[in-house]
Write a protein that binds this ligand. Structure first.
Ligand code: SF4
Ligand code: SF4
Length: 375
């Protein structure tokens, strides 16, 4: 085991390989407050990459309802169980990661879901956290809650899947940090499926090898954002590149939101893989739930998110979401406008802070008719 620095748990940890950060790391931010669970992302991904035989249960992208939705079934309660006690001392994780909790000589502590766990992708969908009391009515604050968690492979800095593969069939691209399975080397041992804390490697039942999200690399190579990002109806997603720790650029929207404003947080950072999908936590969910899920920065992240209307730079960064297919490398607030540029320095986004509002006359004189939709 080597010692590597994991900035998300604020300490060094054991990892089976030497640490080697890519020059730039593919990263995503998902705003959980905006997801409407339409599953457009799931369908866009499924029809693009996994519509073949043997891929029926393969969802590189899925959206589950928390607290009771999971795919595969109960993946995260089981992860919490195998990790054991998970104490944070301030911003430092004092428990054991999946690379440190292992006792049986294996490089990673994991579990292999059984076949039935993949049978019901929508189990728990739209199920809320508690019971409504008889006679309860809406008073502006929901007493019971749920939220939607969109999930893809995290293209982790220290991938559990890669660490566990006895064939070294999984690799991380040095140019952008995308994690890929070399299917010609894979022999279907499923050690990666067992090791991935997020259960985002899948076993193809026909080809008998493992497969996973490829980060839509043919699009990335052309400076375009992935399919799940481009098609997102709720405009909850932004994909870009995260700089190495200490090399953050304030005009890179991903660096700005993740490392400078700390408004987007990793999912289960205590697993230790340094995942690179970052979530803006839901503002309405009890902090003891979101705290175990996104780590100790939740309260701060929610407060910063709420301050966006008064912070033009933060607002401009949030307006990069869903307004272009191009990967935004640089952004800024220009007066009341958010402007973003792609890798070629071409302007790809220009949106106003406040959407213009137009109202037409209720009665259309020209056609002598009443309009049903006037805005
Ligand atoms: S999320 Fe899972 S499959 Fe993706 S890189 Fe991390 S460990 Fe590997
Ligand atoms: S397309 Fe966007 S809004 Fe719809 S479910 Fe997916 S992440 Fe949520």
């Amino acid at each position: 085991m080597s010692k590597v620095m994991n900035w998300q748990i604020n300490r060094e940890m054991d990892y089976p390989y030497e640490g080697a950060r890519p020059d730039k790391q593919i990263a995503y931010i998902f705003d959980t407050n905006k997801c409407i669970d339409c599953q457009t992302c799931t369908v866009a991904c499924k029809t693009t990459w996994t519509s073949g035989k043997g891929q029926e249960q393969v969802f590189y992208n899925n959206v589950e309802t928390k607290p009771y939705g999971f795919y595969p079934h109960e993946w995260d309660p089981k992860l919490m169980e195998i990790l054991g006690p998970q104490e944070w001392k301030g911003k430092t994780f004092a428990g054991k990661t999946i690379f440190e909790a292992t006792q049986d000589g294996l490089p990673v502590k994991g579990f292999l879901p059984d076949e039935d766990s993949y049978a019901s992708p929508n189990l728990g969908e739209d199920v809320v956290a508690g019971m409504m009391e008889q006679g309860a009515f809406f008073q502006g604050i929901h007493k019971v809650w749920m939220f939607y968690l969109a999930r893809i492979c995290n293209h982790c800095t220290y991938p559990g899947c890669l660490a566990a593969c006895p064939r070294q069939a999984i690799y991380k691209r040095p140019e952008d940090g995308i994690v890929l399975v070399d299917e010609s080397r894979c022999r279907g041992y499923r050690e990666c499926v067992k090791a991935c804390p997020y259960k985002k490697v899948f076993f193809n039942t026909v080809t008998r090898v493992s497969e996973k999200c490829i980060g839509c690399f043919p699009l990335i190579e052309q400076g375009e954002q992935p399919r799940c990002v481009q098609t997102c109806i709720g405009k909850i997603r932004l994909q870009g590149f995260l700089s190495k720790p200490g090399e953050e650029k304030a005009d890179n929207p991903i660096d700005y939101l993740v490392r400078i404003k700390k408004v987007a947080l990793p999912l289960y950072p205590q697993a230790g893989t340094e995942p690179n999908v970052y979530y803006i936590p839901p503002v309405h969910v009890p902090r003891d739930f979101t705290g175990q899920m996104f780590g100790p920065g939740v309260e701060e992240a929610v407060a910063t998110y709420r301050s966006a209307p008064k912070d033009p730079q933060l607002l401009a960064a949030l307006l990069m979401f869903g307004n272009t297919s191009r990967i935004i490398e640089r952004f800024k607030a220009e007066g009341e406008l958010a402007v973003g540029w792609d890798r070629d320095g071409k302007e790809a986004v220009r949106v106003p802070f406040t959407e213009p509002f137009f109202a037409r006359e209720f009665f259309d004189k020209k056609h002598e008719t009443y309009r049903h939709n006037i805005t």
